[in-house]
Design a protein around this ligand. Structure first.
Ligand code: NAD
Ligand code: TDX
Length: 339
């Protein structure tokens, strides 16, 4: 039995990041009865522009840290749910310096769970398929909700730790929580440190795209709007204490995606550099979203990856002012790492 929940006033942590801000837009566009309070520390990955122009009576912005328990005591009362997106999210950064990942992803989740416990509200936890480690390229299997946790990187191990905190707090203190683990997102507002925007903006700035190793690693791509509709579905109709995997059958290897980008931007298919591989690089992620589809009836809308990618390229071409200020710094960081 699924339970129906109609949230009126939610806190979205990390609502100025890539996926969080897309979720805020999704709620504003599709659920007029719901007010959103965005809580975001505006780290290097957060940008207030991502939620600029949204109606003030629908969205309130609070600049702050999820690790700040006093701040949570001030803002959580009066809300009926927390949807927790805030995180340090980039694997390469976690390899270079794991510490902020421990703080935000583990301690931050703990602080939010404690606030949830104090005020008795609902909590939805945003997580990743990377908690399950990786699959062999020729393995017919995909991840399901019962796949054992086997994270590989500092990033994914802190996300796994945060998922386990949610489960423990749910069982021990009876918190009303749900968890979703999603595959690789693409779409507008993604930071230029990530694979797809990095390659698009490299081409736009005259830098050759950079492929790690041979580029045979497989990622399971989903448009970020489909992630948003799935999270809304789990928040409002998911069973308390349950985990739902989110994916849209979008497996492709990195070389294929890069060649699609090169082709769409009028470049030669070999116009890129192979660079140093990521240490511990996960080979393949693949999601089986049967539970979400059959139990809650969710379906993705963006099933054509090619047209989603084309729209994403257009977005980066039309929004240079959004990414140009951080591009050179991001590439300098990669260059120092040999990537
Ligand atoms: P992002 O790096 O683009 O955004 C993270 C946001 O969190 C930023 O706005 C940042 O300012 C904020 N933040 C960071 N530390 C904070 C703190 N201590 N207090 C308050 N705010 C803080 O990340 P993203 O790619 O949008 O990922 C969002 C969530 O989705 C993460 O939990 C991530 O693990 C998860 N996820 C991401 C993907 C993906 O493909 N990017 C896939 C599955 C799950
Ligand atoms: O320049 C690059 N060249 C390259 O070949 C970069 C930045 C990446 N890659 C490869 C590494 C991965 O195999 O592309 C693939 C995708 O890389 P990322 O965009 O860094 O994503 P990934 O490491 O797969 O993790 C993403 O999906 C799961 C998100 O960043 C995580 O937050 C999410 O949990």
């Amino acid at each position: 039995m699924t339970s129906d929940f109609s949230p009126k006033n939610i806190i979205v942590t990390g609502g100025c990041g890539f996926i969080g801000s897309n979720f805020v837009h999704y709620v504003v566009d599709n659920h007029p009865e719901t007010h959103v309070t965005v809580l975001d520390a505006l780290t290097y990955a957060g940008n207030i522009e991502n939620i600029a122009g949204l109606p003030e009576d629908r969205v309130e912005f609070v600049h702050g840290d999820i690790c700040d328990a006093d701040l949570l005591d001030r803002i959580v009362p009066g809300h009926d749910a927390i949807v927790h997106y805030a995180a340090e999210s980039h694997n390469d950064n976690s390899i270079a310096d794991p510490e902020p990942f421990l703080r935000t992803n583990v301690e931050g989740t703990y602080r939010l769970l404690e606030a949830t416990r104090r005020y008795g509200i609902r909590y939805h936890h945003i997580s990743t398929d990377e908690v399950y480690g990786d699959l062999a390229l020729d393995d017919p299997a995909r991840f399901t909700e019962s796949t054992p946790y086997r994270p590989s990187s500092p990033y994914s191990s802190t996300k796994a730790a945060s998922d386990l905190l949610v489960r423990a707090w749910t069982r021990t203190y009876g918190l009303r929580t749900t968890i979703s683990n999603c595959s690789n997102n693409y779409g507008p507002y993604q930071h230029v440190e990530k694979f797809i925007p990095r390659q698009i903006t490299n081409i736009l700035t005259g830098v050759r795209p950079k492929l790690y190793g041979e580029g045979l690693n497989v990622r399971d791509w989903i448009h970020t709007e489909d992630h948003s509709s799935a999270v809304w579905t789990v928040l409002t109709r998911g069973r308390i204490g349950e985990t739902y995997l989110i994916g849209a059958d979008g497996e492709r290897n990195n070389l294929t995606v890069l060649r699609m980008i090169l082709g769409m931007m009028g470049r030669d298919p070999d116009d890129f550099d192979h660079v140093r591989d990521r240490p511990g690089h996960d080979r393949r992620y693949a999601i089986d979203a049967t539970k979400l589809r059959t139990e809650l009836g969710w379906m993705p809308a963006h099933t054509d990856f090619e047209s989603g990618l084309r729209q994403t390229i257009d977005w980066y071409m039309e929004n240079r002012a959004w990414w140009e200020p951080v591009k050179a710094k991001t590439e300098a960081r990669y260059k120092a790492q040999g990537q």
